[in-house]
Ligand binder design. Structure first.
Ligand code: URA
Length: 263
């Protein structure tokens, strides 16, 4: 493992007092050292600043309010969902969070223990690494929308069954219809398969743009996989740089990038 791989995405945050882990990334290795792929490792742009020449994605505060109001109502509806058995064993529905008008949505597999406890997606160890990955390409976590293909924690963090994924699919599709993101990042094979509906292999297919309707979909490794195997950070770094570049291009009204693998 090279020092460069170790240092990608910056040092790990200090352990949160009493945090129990999400069960999906037991190895919390990785990180440490310098930060060549840190918050200013991409365009050097302050993520809070609008990009030069940008056209606002959603023009007009009424439409913006509508998106948030519709999402809020949908979240309340999802909180009552009993479409599968998972709600019987979890604490609650982890709907999603972030900026629904950013044009970008990140989708993981399912909430883990910490997410179930806090009712927020990606807030355990894998989520903390995801935050650093996002920062490395110039996104603060609250600037993107984050959710999972399954909104309730499966017992013991097992992989959700195809039936559970199918039962939960409408919550994703209905949000996509409201938010109309132009880019989706699928975190891990389980999310990519669930979203794209085909037997995709993440090692083979990561880094290649896929399509879902008008949306461009980038499959990449799950952050928990990076915790177990930090050598995968390089690939995720390449994938996320491509995501950021494409997001900037589409947001500025430019043509989509031609297809091909990131690296
Ligand atoms: N892993 C996921 O896939 N989703 C989360 O929200 C947390 C860990």
């Amino acid at each position: 493992m090279s020092g460069e791989q170790l240092s990608l995405f910056g040092p790990p945050p200090p352990p949160a007092a009493g945090s129990g882990g999400d069960g999906q990334g037991p190895d919390q290795g990785g990180g440490g050292g310098g930060d060549p792929g840190g918050a200013d490792g991409s365009s050097g742009q302050d993520p809070a600043e609008p990009l030069p020449g940008q056209v606002p994605l959603f023009d007009g505060s009424v439409a913006a309010r509508d998106v948030r109001t519709l999402l809020e109502a949908l979240g309340a509806e999802a909180a009552r969902c009993r479409a599968c058995g998972l709600r019987n064993t979890c604490r609650g529905v982890v709907f999603g969070e972030g900026d629904p008008e950013s044009g970008i949505i990140l989708v993981g597999e399912a909430p883990g223990a910490v997410e179930d406890e806090l009712g927020r997606p990606f807030v355990g160890p894998a989520g903390q690494l995801l935050d650093r990955i996002l920062l490395a390409v110039g996104f603060r976590r609250e600037q993107v929308y984050i959710t999972n293909t399954v909104l309730c924690r499966p017992p013991g963090n097992r992989v959700p069954s195809p039936e559970e994924v199918a039962a939960c699919r409408a919550w994703l599709d209905r949000r996509l219809a409201i938010m109309k993101p132009y880019i989706m990042v699928c975190l891990g094979a389980s999310a990519a398969r669930a979203v794209l509906g085909r037997d995709l292999r993440i090692t083979r297919d990561r880094g290649r743009w896929q399509s879902l309707g008008p949306m461009k979909v980038m499959p990449t490794f799950h952050p928990a996989a990076l915790l177990r195997d930090p050598s995968k950070k390089r690939a995720v770094w390449e994938d996320m740089k491509a995501v950021r570049a494409e997001w900037e291009r589409l947001r500025a009204g430019g043509p989509p990038e031609s297809e091909g693998r990131t690296a």
